[in-house]
Design a protein around this ligand. Structure first.
Ligand code: PEP
Ligand code: MG
Length: 840
């Protein structure tokens, strides 16, 4: 039998490999290659009997039983899979020369000890195999490398089996589990004994004399294994093996204060996690209850074919697949609700990408030079995606996401795989690492009853969209949520940020009753939208809307909104390649003002970009801490031309409605004065009338100094999303901190109280436009703190108004005073829950 070289490169004797386990042939005898290419191919036809989870090594078995370990680089197990991509799976039968693993040689060379790739026969002794290395200095992939001759197989030594003796449970101290090196050391010791020796992990039990079998256990640091022995020298074998495992099998063992693995496995004291797998905790991203079945959103791995037909046929196949993708997108567009402009835009953008000449030209060139249609299309898409991503521009990175999406749609069509949207089951709860705003806008509400992400937070963009779409959602949930099997029944209590996994029928029934009850109340609230929000003791609170478009403005009145408390004007500037002109902006603001009518206020916040919201056409410096850098009004004052344009558009539109102007991210009185000065200059130039001017209170300095700001503004609006992030120094989108970054933290409440007190002394009003304005638990407290206006997502306006109508303002004051005395957000929440004045 002969083996071909699995990769091109210099041929190195095994004894020169810079790792004693290979050099001393503990794993077996063989040869090494210092690779000059980046794809490992099969050295003979056979079956993959073991592929490491990290894809840096595999064992291939021939029909005659020969087992060969192919191990890329030295100490590469520590890269945890980074830099490697397996092209095959465990159990696959492969042809000689078939590509098995792709690897990134530059990356591995930088991170690992050596790139030297080892080819070792692991069972030469049992097969009595002898081999010769082809005497050359270097090889190309698939060149002859080894020739093997088999002697008579060594007969198994018969041992009469008595009782098995088991070791205690042993915790593996090896940082990367039993990978090739410790596994070889273990097998070597086991083979020194006549007794049968086995090793078990969970419900897997294998021979400890076989390296491949040990690798197949897929063990990792901290796993518990057991040794089992049976035979004449069982006791000696047992004590030898147990001692060897405990001492790390020749590897340096992980100290508790050492590598990341140890730290990763430690239970956190700071971040509360679910203590049972049936209750998972995150934060509420969008309120509501839902019962559904889990559907895990996975990044799709599409297996590409390696064979190819004639060039003309491959080109025709690609053209057909593009046409199918185009058809699917057109059909999806026609199925949309006519109001669903956001989704329609996404689909249109995808259709446009399908006819991108660069994408197609490159794919065609690749087909001409030998690729099949799928390979060529994927390479072409990947190269454009990489180009876009390398530009370090969030907007273009989002376009890269679209491109990848559409690229996969074409690949699915080429491979005859079902398109993604058809796979969603009815009543499903999506579980994902994170959803992009376009994923969120793209959700099919007929099938998706809720979603859960391990990333994101209560105020991330997908959460804001989920609230606008009225879909219950939880963010920052335990990572274990990703392990729940598809089809598992769950209950979402998104109000509490909790997911119940595998609930009893009785729990489902209770929650379904609750959903029906809530729906009844919501329907009732919706029929009463025109009733004002006046407490039982006649205190009036304005309930207004947070909006991002004219389309939203048109829905305000029908939902009972008494105006707009926050038009996030940056939504008009995002997803474009140039800034909207003054005229464009004027038309938009005018249309929004006219949709509300002359009386209802339209508070437009000037551009709040920077931080996590960059603009491609407004180059900003790279920031170490973008949320603490050039953001909001700082950008407007630094680059005043665009600011002046926006102010002019607003002043002109103010003739058609009740426009108020609000400045974001004000931290210092000088910023307010400069912004007002620019406004006054533009107003004078235009001869326009004055409009009310306010600021967002979202930086603690502005809350603390509210008495200084109050005489110079008409109103304040508290942005609790940012105020919380800056008061607690917790990034608002941070998945782990999300549970702690709670706007009901007493520190945030005290800042609101300081703002209200200062405003009242100067006869000014204070609103809240951050996420808690729509949290029914927080509403009574905000009313008690003296908040006069609550600005919330359009769908939640009827419920907030109904809640206020049920309140007694004196009781709200008591709740507020008491809440300010608590030490933690959890105490405030518990207290509000037990003293609830309005229960849905
Ligand atoms: C806030 O910070 O609370 C706010 C309303 O502004 P945004 O969420 O747009 O930053
Ligand atoms: Mg903000």
């Amino acid at each position: 039998m002969s083996l071909v070289a699995p990769v091109a490169g210099q041929v190195i004797p095994i004894t020169d490999v810079p790792d004693p386990v290979f050099a001393e042939k503990l794993v077996g005898d063989g040869v090494a290659i210092d690779p000059i290419e980046q794809v490992l191919v099969a050295p003979f036809a056979g079956k993959i009997v073991q592929l490491t989870g990290t894809s840096h090594a595999l064992t291939l078995r021939s029909d005659s039983g020969l087992e060969v370990l192919l191990h890329i680089g030295i100490d590469t197990v520590l890269l945890k899979g980074e830099g490697f991509r397996a092209l095959i799976s465990d159990g696959d039968n492969v042809e000689c020369g078939q590509p098995l693993i792709e690897f990134d040689a530059d990356f591995i060379a930088q991170k690992a000890k050596s790139l030297m790739t080892v080819v070792v026969i692991t069972n030469a002794d049992t097969l009595n195999a002898q081999f010769k290395v082809t005497p050359v200095e270097s090889v190309a992939a698939k060149d002859p490398l080894l020739s093997i001759a088999f002697g008579e197989p060594v007969a198994d030594i018969e041992i009469s089996l008595g009782d098995w003796v088991d070791s205690d449970a042993l915790v593996l101290p090896n940082p990367a589990g039993l990978h090739a090196r410790p596994a070889a050391a273990l097998a070597k010791i086991a083979k020194e004994y006549a007794s049968a020796v086995e090793l078990s992990l969970g419900d897997k039990r294998v021979s400890a004399k076989s390296l491949t079998s040990i690798l197949n256990l897929g063990s990792k640091f901290g796993d518990t294994v057991q040794v089992h022995v049976n035979g004449p020298d069982a006791q000696a074998a047992l004590s030898d093996l147990v001692a060897a495992i405990r001492s790390g099998l020749g590897e340096e063992i992980a100290e508790p204060s050492g590598p990341a693995d140890v730290i990763a496995d430690e239970p956190s004291l700071l971040f509360p996690k679910s203590n049972t797998l049936n209750w998972m905790k995150g934060v509420s991203a969008s309120p509501g209850f839902a019962v559904g079945v889990v559907y895990q959103i996975q990044e799709e791995v599409l297996e590409l074919p390696t064979d190819r037909q004639e060039t003309a046929v491959e080109k025709a196949l690609l053209a057909d697949a593009i046409a199918i993708a185009d058809d699917q997108l057109e059909t999806l567009k026609t199925q949309l609700d006519p109001e669903d402009e956001d989704k329609a835009k996404i689909f249109s953008a995808h259709i446009e990408l399908l006819s991108d000449p660069e994408l197609l030209d490159y794919a065609t060139t690749l087909i001409d030079s030998g690729d099949n249609a799928a390979q060529a299309w994927q390479k072409s898409v990947t190269s454009q995606v990489e180009q876009l991503e390398s530009l370090d521009n969030t907007l273009l990175a989002e376009r890269a996401v679209d491109l990848r999406d559409v690229g996969n749609r074409v690949l699915r069509a080429l491979l005859g795989v079902e398109s993604a949207e058809r796979k969603l089951p009815e009543n499903c709860v999506l579980v994902a690492d994170d959803l992009t705003p376009s994923d969120t806008a793209n959700l099919d509400k007929r099938k998706v009853v809720g979603f859960v992400t391990t990333g994101g937070g209560a105020t991330s963009h997908s959460a804001i969209l989920a609230r606008a779409m009225n879909i219950p959602a939880i963010a920052g949930i335990d990572d274990q949520a990703r392990d729940i099997a598809n089809g598992t029944r769950v209950i979402l209590n998104a109000d509490q940020g909790e997911m119940r996994v595998n609930p009893e029928d009785s729990e489902v029934e209770t929650i379904q009753q609750q959903i029906i009850q809530q729906e009844k109340i919501r329907t009732l609230n919706r029929t009463n939208v025109d009733q004002p929000a006046i407490t039982q003791d006649k205190v009036k609170v304005e309930v207004v809307a947070n909006i991002g478009s004219v389309k939203d403005a048109m829905k305000v009145a029908e939902n009972g909104g008494e105006g707009v408390g926050l038009l996030r004007s940056e939504f008009l500037f995002l997803n474009r390649t140039t800034a909207p002109s003054e005229e464009d902006q004027f038309k938009t603001y005018r249309a929004a003002a006219e949709a509300l009518g002359k009386d209802q206020p339209l508070i437009v916040r000037t551009l709040d970009v920077g931080g996590d919201k960059p603009l491609s056409y407004l180059p900003l410096p790279e920031e170490e801490n973008p949320f603490l850098g050039e953001r909001g009004v700082r950008i407007s004052l630094d680059k005043p031309a665009m600011f002046r344009q926006q102010l002019r558009a607003l002043l002109r539109a103010a003739e058609y409605g009740n426009i108020h102007i609000m400045f974001p991210m004000i931290a210092d009185i000088r910023e307010l004065r400069l912004a007002k000065q620019v406004l006054a200059e533009e107003q004078e130039k235009l001869g326009a009338r004055k409009v009310p001017v306010g600021i967002m209170i979202e930086v603690p300095s502005a809350a603390v100094m509210a008495d200084v700001f109050a005489p110079e503004v008409d109103f304040f609006s508290v942005g609790t999303n940012d105020l919380t992030q800056y008061a607690l120094a917790m990034d608002r989108g941070h998945p782990k901190l999300a549970v702690l970054a709670d706007a009901l933290h007493p520190s945030v409440l005290r800042l609101i109280k300081m703002t209200v007190d200062a405003a009242e002394r100067h006869g000014k009003w204070v609103g809240v436009c951050g996420g808690i304005a729509g949290d029914l638990l927080a509403v009574p407290l905000l009313v008690g703190l003296g908040i006069k206006e609550l600005s919330t997502s359009v769908p939640s306006i009827p419920d907030v108004k109904a809640c206020i109508r049920a309140l007694n303002s004196q009781k709200c004051k008591e709740q507020a005073e008491q809440s300010l005395q608590f030490s933690t957000a959890a105490e405030v929440r518990d207290y509000l829950e037990t003293t609830n004045q309005y229960v849905v």
